[in-house]
Design a protein around this ligand. Structure first.
Ligand code: ATP
Ligand code: MG
Length: 395
């Protein structure tokens, strides 16, 4: 952790040499003080984006309109953002336009929670105008300034509060909690994509149950896709030990408890990427199919290891049995084949053996062979497969 800051220190020194104040800010400072692993080191500076670009030889414009320049330094990328405020909030969302300011304090003031509104200079001195350290020590989440105002400016902050509760196991400060209940309806102005991002982070957190509890108590569910009126089911979800599930598995558990008429549409409403939808919908089907029976080799093969593991993790939790996911992985790994491509014969051999033109018969042959190989009825070897087909009177 320390070394991540040390690596970035020369950047601060360069900015200061050019006459601009510069600090580490936001999540990195918070996580450093909590002794948690640091994501990326964000830097804030009085220098304007153009000035930052003049100081460093290698830069990428990643969010110039928000004042952010990516600086490439010794092979690593660092986001350097100009001190700014977000004065004009419209539609309960973060503004498209920002105003640059020249002091750190103004920049810290626009940040969401006191624990996220600290800065650190390159010598390790903490700048903490809102007593974020106290919040870290006592484990609470409190907005910078009036919570009602801050949630009305940007309603996504309410979901951020819930996901930080999950990631850090913190509680909401009293006024912040009250404001959440009052401002919850403003969440309807927020894009689903941003909600999804926070929900994923919430599900990936170590205390997901606490994050979900915050959403329940604050009445946020009513403004999330497919969750309106589902408070009872969410409470049911909280009766399970969620710490045993990955984020994907938590999505699956949620889906299983909700049993929507059209699971695909439910997932689409969250605007998940197609690949993710496919995975979760697949695990959903397998979870239903395998709820009460053990995994045969064929089922394991057909599901594929990732779907099988996710489905089994959730099924075990639902049925109160212990999941042996490692064993499932090992069993999948020692299957004769794990994909049709590994089959020792193709349509070419079949055509030659049968001396027939290609046609729909080939597909059904290949499926029978595939199944027989997976179930170890026949070895995955061309000669053995040929003999087996002959013995079945298929050639
Ligand atoms: P993570 O570990 O998830 O990256 P983080 O605190 O770094 O947590 P980011 O979303 O990366 O969160 O944001 C970086 C910083 O920007 C925050 O620490 C906070 O100071 C500020 N910030 C982010 N989103 C908002 C927001 N919606 N309103 C106000 N300040 C925000
Ligand atoms: Mg971050």
């Amino acid at each position: 952790n320390q070394s991540m800051f040390e690596q970035a220190a020369p950047l601060l020194a360069e900015l200061e040499k050019a006459g601009f104040a510069a600090y580490y800010v936001g999540g990195a400072v918070r996580d450093y003080l909590l002794d948690r692993p640091i994501g990326d080191v964000d830097i804030a500076t009085a220098a304007l984006p153009e000035e930052v670009k003049q100081i460093f030889p290698k830069t990428v414009d990643v969010g110039i309109e928000h004042g952010t320049v990516l600086v490439i330094w010794k092979g690593e990328g660092y986001e350097i953002t100009t001190f700014r405020t977000e004065s004009e909030y419209k539609d309960f969302r973060r503004p498209d336009k920002v105003s640059f300011v020249r002091t750190l304090e103004e920049d810290l003031q626009r940040r969401d929670f006191t624990m996220n509104a600290m800065a650190m200079d390159r010598f390790g001195t903490i700048i903490d105008p809102f007593n974020g350290r106290e919040a870290l020590k006592l484990g609470y989440i409190q907005t910078v300034g009036d919570a009602n105002e801050r949630f009305s400016e940007d309603a996504l902050r309410m979901m951020r509060a819930a996901r930080f509760a999950s990631q850090l196991g913190f509680r909401l400060h009293e006024q912040t909690k009250e404001a959440l209940s009052r401002c919850a309806p403003l969440l309807k102005h927020i894009a689903v994509e941003r909600k999804l991002m926070e929900m994923n982070k919430l599900f990936a957190g170590r205390k997901a149950a606490e994050g979900l509890q915050v959403m329940l108590e604050g009445g946020l569910l009513a403004y999330l896709p497919g969750l309106c009126g589902q408070e009872k089911l969410l409470e049911q979800m909280l009766t399970y030990d969620l710490s045993r599930l990955t984020a994907s598995q938590k999505w699956l558990l949620l889906l299983v408890l909700l049993t929507p008429d059209k699971p695909l549409d439910w997932l689409k409403a969250w605007r998940m990427p197609a690949k993710k939808i496919k995975h979760i919908a697949g695990t959903y089907e397998w979870s239903l199919k395998q709820r009460l029976c053990g995994w045969s080799d064929l089922a394991l093969y057909e599901a594929g290891v990732e779907r099988a593991v996710d489905a089994e993790a959730v099924n075990a939790l639902l049925c109160g049995r212990s999941a042996s996911l490692e064993e499932l992985r090992e069993r999948h790994n020692s299957l004769p084949i794990r994909d049709r491509k590994e089959l020792a014969v193709t349509g070419q051999e079949l055509k030659a053996w049968k001396n027939e033109a290609g046609g729909p018969w080939m597909k059904s042959y290949l499926e029978r062979i595939e199944r027989a190989v997976v179930e170890k009825t026949v070895e995955n070897d061309p000669e053995k497969i040929k003999e087996w087909l002959e013995a079945c009177n298929l050639l």
